[in-house]
Structure formats: structure tokens, C-alpha cells
Design a protein around this ligand. Sequence first.
Ligand code: MG
Ligand code: MG
Length: 254
Amino acid sequence: MSVTIKSAREIETMAAAGRIVAGTLALVRRHVRPGVSTADLDRIAEDFIRSHPGARPSFKGLYDFPATLCTSINAEIVHGIPSPRRVLAAGEILSVDVGVALEGLHADSAATFPVGDISAEAERLLRVTQEALVAGVAQARAGNHVGDIGHAVQQVAEGAGYSVVRELVGHGIGTSFHEEPQVPNFGKPQRGPRLTPGMTIAIEPMVNAGAPEIRTLEDKWTVVTADGSLSAHFEHTVAIQENGAPPRILTTSG
Ligand code: MG
Ligand code: MG
């Protein structure tokens, strides 16, 4: 599959999907507390998404994933499956990833939330991962390359003493949830595919407090840090603008 360029109209539709995504994350955040199960959060998210005419959760059924949200706790990096048996406890961190499809177009975002009070180390990991996303997004400009994004993300994460996951990457997004190009969280400036106006990409740093290695649990979905260290995940879907302007973030409530 090749890189697709979206029309202004398609980008508006993706922004509408993105507003629902942002609303979903804001709603989930308000419900994250000790004693709530990840299945509770999943139901709240699915009901909210389906309350918007024409909108549906992107993940449900994608590669046979069974839920609306990916809910990944502590050393879980991504792709955790919501469960009524997984009840949140104070001090944990919860990564929530969600996609919405509207009129055949997708938007994708993720954030990691504290459950009650968390350690200073966990707070720092969340802050740095969010800063890595901001740095990556700032490089998503026409004329730059995909490697500029990954380089910026990597500099922030590794500069703070953390590592970035290599095997899982950001991606183009549009009529398909995963499109070209791949958007790694590492790279070299001016390398990789060139960014052009109308490209829409999901930038999603996955930052481990320890080593970068990962493994997949026996459920065949949940990806965890191999060393058991904490991991955080923040993501936005953005549109590349004309003339090297900063990208339009599509997954915001604004
Ligand atoms: Mg995502
Ligand atoms: Mg994504």
C-alpha cells in the first residue's frame, strides 16, 4: 500500500472522528479510579462513541480485536484487552488507546492516565512521554521526513534516560486504520519518506522506563516490557499542512 493524500473534505471528516476520540479519552479519564474495571471503561467508551450518528469504534473487529479500547496497565505497553476481572488499583498507570471510524475514515489517539496517586517516577515517565509526543508532532511538517519525527521522539525519551519501543510504530491513517508510511519512534533527521501536505499520520511514542525489549503475553495481544519496567503511550492523529506549517492535530476536542 502506498501513502495516501487526503482532500480537505476528508480531513474535516477525520477531524470530526478525532473530536469523538478526544471526547472518549476525556470521558474515560474522568472514570479512571481505583475499583473500576477496564471492562467498565470499555463499555463507557463504546456507548459514548455509538451515541454519535455514524460513528463506530475502529478497534472492535480490527484484526479480530474484541473491544473498543486497548487498556494497558503498568508494564503493559499496548494492546491490553479490557476485562471485568482487571480492576484498577491506586498507584497504577493505565494506557488507553482508542480509534473512531466516521464515514469510512478513522482517527486514533492514546493517553496514559494515573490511577489515584502514583509514584514520582511514574509521573515523570508520563510527562516525558507526553513531551516526546509534542516534540514528534512539531516535526510533522511538509518538507521534513518521517525520520525527523522519530528522531525528535527518541531524543526526548532517551535524553530522560528512558527507551523507545522499536517493534511497534506509528502509521499513516485514513480509509484504512493502518496505512503507509510507518512512523517509528526512532530515526535520523532527513531520512525516511518525505512528509507532504494532505498526509495524515498517527504519531505514538511508546516509552519504557527500562530497556526497549518487548514480549507478547499468551493472550496473543498484550505487549509488555520484557524487563517488567513501566511503559507509557501517548498518541495523536495529525494532518500535514501546506508550506511547512505546523500540523493540524485532528484528535482534539477543539
Ligand atoms: Mg492508537
Ligand atoms: Mg495508532
